[in-house]
Design a protein around this ligand. Structure first.
Ligand code: TNX
Length: 538
C-alpha cells in the first residue's frame, strides 16, 4: 500500500518534473557553472521535521536570475507563488518575477505543479541545481512547501561565488505531510488586550512553522473584545478595561475581518471563542440581566476565575447568545465556533448541562461546529461537537465515548502561560513548570489512556494572558516553546527526539532575531555562541 502509493507519486513527480524542465528550457538562458560549497539537505534545521529528506549534495543558487512560475490557470497557486516572492524579497531583497513571459537573464526557476490528491496537506519539494519543483495537490500543500523552502534560504548571501549575491539552497527531495489536521495556538486577548498588529505578527510566525489554527479567546470576566452590533455595550462597557486596570480594547468587526483575512492568506483558520456560561463578568456588567441575580456587577481587573455565570434558565439569555453567535459566525469563514464552557464553578451542574445542550443547536443553526473546553463532554452532545482537553482526562474520555473528536491542550504540557521554571519572569505554575524540553517531550497520541490517534483532531497550545500585558511578554512565554508544538502537531512521532530537535531549535535564533522576537533564551537549548540574546524591549 505504502510502496505503491510512493511508486505512483514518484511517477507523477518525474512526469511533472519533465514538463517543468520543458517549460524551463524555453524560459531561461544557460546557467553559469558555479562551484558551490558542499551542502547537505538532510542537515537543514527544518521545523517541523519533514517526513522524508533525501539529499543530493549540490546547490540551487537563489539569485537575481531566478523566476517563479505558479503553473498555468491555477489562481490559488498564483497567490501562493506571490507569497513566496514577497517572502524572498523580504528576506533577501531579490525581486523575482512571478509568471513573467520569458524574462531576460533568467537561468533558474521555481515551479509550482498541481498533482493528484493524496491528502494530508502534503507536498513534495524537488531541489536540483537548475530548478525547484513544488508538487502538491492543493494550494495549502504548496503553501507548506513554501514554508519549507523559506527555512532553507541561508540568513546571509554568499558574495564570493559570483559578482552578485547568491543564496545557495541544498539540493535533494523532501516528501512531507501532516500528522494532524488541526495544529493550533490560542491567544487570550480578554485578560489583556492585544491589538491587531500583534495578532498578525503571531500569525506570521505560526505560518512559518505550519500551524494552521488560531483560536482567539475573545471574552472573559475581565473583558469583551469583539464588537457585536446588536449589543453595543459589550465592548463600550465590557471592553473598557483589563487585568491590572489598563484601558483594555476590542476589535471592531472590520478589524476582526482583517485578522480573519490575514490568517486565511496564510492558510490559518480563526476559531472565535465566546466563553460561557462562566467567565462572563464583562458581559453581565454590560447587560446585567444576563446573570439573573438582580445585581449589576462591577468591572473586574483581577485574576480569579469561576465566580461569574449567566442565568441559564432564562430565554432572553439565549436570544442574546443567538445574536452573538450569528454576528460572529457571519464574520468567520472557518468551520468552528468555541463556546468556552470551562470553570463554571458557580453554575449548578444541571444548569450547566442544560446550557450547553441549548447552545449546541444555536451554533449548528449558524453553520458552525461547536468546540468547548473538556467540561462540555458532560452534556448530552452528538459526535459533531469537539472537546478541547485541558484538565480532566475523564471528560476527554467521555467525549470520545460520545464519538466526539478531541483537541489536546493538556495544561501540564501544552500551556504556554506556564512558567519555564520557578525563577523565570511571567506566567503561572498551577499546572506545572514547563521548561522548553518538557514542552516538547510528550506524544499526543499516547498522552491519555483511551484517546487514540483517530480520536484526536489535533493539538493546540493556549497562551493565557493574566501575567502578560505587552507583546514582548507574550513572546517571552510563546518562544521558544511554540515551534515545538508545531512539530508535535505535524510530524510522525517516530521521527522525533529532543536531542535532534534542540539543535534545530537553536538554529532558529537568526529567524527570531530577524522577526524581533523577544524569546526566553533557555539554557537547555544550545543557542549559537556568537549570537546575542534578545534585549528586553524599551
Ligand atoms: C485555566 S484553561 C483557565 C483559564 C486561565 C488559565 C490560566 C481554561 C479552560 N481555563 O481561565 O486563564 O487556567 O492558566
Amino acid at each position: 500500500m505504502q510502496n505503491s502509493k510512493w511508486g505512483s507519486a514518484l511517477i507523477r513527480v518525474l512526469f511533472a518534473g519533465w514538463i517543468g524542465v520543458g517549460i524551463w528550457a524555453c524560459a531561461v538562458d544557460r546557467a553559469p557553472e558555479i562551484d558551490y560549497p558542499e551542502t547537505d539537505l538532510s542537515a537543514a534545521p527544518l521545523i517541523p521535521k519533514p517526513l522524508s529528506i533525501v539529499p543530493t549534495h549540490d546547490a540551487f543558487g537563489l539569485d537575481r536570475h531566478v523566476a517563479i512560475y505558479s503553473g498555468a490557470a491555477d489562481g490559488d497557486f498564483a497567490e501562493v507563488a506571490g507569497f513566496l516572492a514577497s517572502q524572498i524579497e523580504a528576506g533577501t531583497g531579490l525581486r523575482l518575477p512571478v509568471d513573467g513571459e520569458n524574462p531576460d537573464g533568467i537561468h533558474r526557476a521555481i515551479y509550482f505543479n498541481r498533482t493528484a490528491s493524496d491528502g494530508g496537506a502534503g507536498y513534495q519539494l524537488y531541489i536540483t541545481r537548475d530548478s525547484v519543483l513544488i508538487n502538491s495537490p492543493d494550494a495549502e500543500g504548496a503553501f507548506h512547501a513554501v514554508q519549507t523552502l523559506r527555512q532553507l534560504i541561508p540568513q546571509s548571501a554568499n558574495d564570493t561565488l559570483a559578482d552578485y549575491p547568491i543564496w545557495p539552497l541544498p539540493t535533494g527531495k523532501i516528501t512531507d505531510q501532516t500528522e494532524f489536521a488541526y495544529r493550533g495556538a490560542m491567544l487570550d486577548v480578554a485578560r489583556h488586550f492585544f491589538p491587531v498588529a500583534d495578532v498578525k505578527k503571531y500569525l506570521d510566525i505560526m505560518a512559518y512553522y505550519k500551524l494552521n489554527v488560531l483560536h482567539l479567546h475573545l471574552t472573559d470576566d475581565q473583558g469583551w473584545r469583539i464588537e457585536i452590533k446588536s449589543w453595543p455595550k459589550l465592548t463600550a462597557v465590557g471592553g473598557s478595561t483589563e487585568v491590572g486596570g489598563g484601558p483594555g480594547g476590542f476589535y471592531t468587526q472590520e478589524e476582526y475581518r482583517d485578522i480573519v483575512n490575514y490568517a486565511a492568506e496564510r492558510f490559518i483558520t480563526i476559531v472565535p471563542e465566546v466563553d460561557m456560561p462562566g467567565h462572563t463578568n464583562a458581559a453581565s456588567v454590560s447587560y446585567p440581566f444576563l446573570n439573573g441575580n438582580g445585581k449589576t456587577p462591577e468591572l473586574y481587573t483581577g485574576t480569579r476565575v469561576g465566580f461569574s455565570t449567566f442565568d441559564t434558565r432564562k430565554d432572553t439569555v439565549y436570544a442574546f447568545i443567538d445574536d452573538v453567535v450569528r454576528e460572529i459566525s457571519a464574520l468567520t469563514p472557518g468551520p468552528y465556533f468555541h463556546i468556552g464552557g470551562d470553570e463554571s464553578h458557580v453554575t449548578e451542574k444541571d444548569d450547566y448541562i442544560y446550557f450547553v445542550e441549548r447552545v449546541a443547536p444555536i451554533v449548528r443553526k449558524y453553520g458552525k461546529q461547536m468546540i468547548g473546553w473538556d467540561e462540555i463532554a458532560t452534556a448530552d452532545l452528538d459526535s459533531s461537537s469537539i472537546a478541547q482537553f485541558w484538565a480532566d482526562e475523564e471528560n476527554a474520555r467521555e467525549a470520545v465515548e460520545k464519538g466526539m473528536k478531541v483537541i489536546l491542550s493538556p495544561a501540564r504540557k501544552a500551556y504556554l502561560d506556564m512558567q519555564y521554571d520557578s525563577v523565570s519572569t511571567y506566567g503561572l505554575h498551577w499546572a506545572a513548570y514547563i521548561p522548553v524540553d518538557s514542552a516538547y517531550i510528550w506524544n499526543p497520541q499516547e498522552y491519555a489512556a483511551g484517546i487514540e490517534k483517530d480520536d484526536i483532531l489535533g493539538i493546540e497550545a493556549p497562551l493565557w494572558s493574566e501575567t502578560i500585558a505587552e507583546l514582548a511578554e507574550l513572546e517571552y512565554l510563546a518562544f521558544p516553546r511554540l515551534p515545538g508544538y508545531a512539530e508535535l502537531g505535524w510530524t510522525d512521532p517516530s521521527l522525533l527526539s529532543w536531542e535532534d530537535y534542540k539543535l534545530r531549535l537553536a538554529a532558529q535564533a537568526p529567524y527570531f532575531k530577524k522577526m524581533d522576537i523577544r524569546y526566553y533564551p533557555s539554557a537547555r537549548v544550545p543557542w549559537p555562541e556568537d549570537f546575542p540574546e534578545p534585549e528586553p524591549r524599551d
